[in-house]
Ligand binder design. Structure first.
Ligand SMILES: [Zn+2]
Length: 93
């Protein structure tokens, strides 16, 4: 289980959701920076994007694209990334 090195709180989904930079999270409890390992983080982001981009492209003619495609795809991607961090596939420094 991946934890904040500062306060030992488990990394939360909100911490992943609230960041613009996928390699730099903020602990949702103590706000300390949680740095993601560049190698495993990059691989995870690349794989997630490799799935996300074609899906978004294939569904580009969908009505209300933002609500029906962009939002669910982005949330799924965030959740996948969170799960990879949680189970230690993507490592924390
Ligand atoms: Zn913390």
């Amino acid at each position: 289980m991946s934890q904040c090195s500062h306060c030992l709180t488990n990394v939360s989904f909100m911490a992943v959701l609230n960041t613009i930079n996928p390699f730099k999270l903020k602990c949702s409890k103590c706000k300390a920076p949680v740095r993601i390992d560049k190698v495993s983080g990059s691989i995870a982001v690349a794989i997630i994007l490799a799935i996300m981009v074609p899906v978004m492209y294939l569904l580009k003619d969908t009505e209300s694209y933002f609500l029906q495609v962009l939002l669910p795809v982005a949330l799924t991607a965030e959740f996948a990334y969170f799960a990879l961090i949680k189970y230690g596939v993507v490592k924390i420094k």
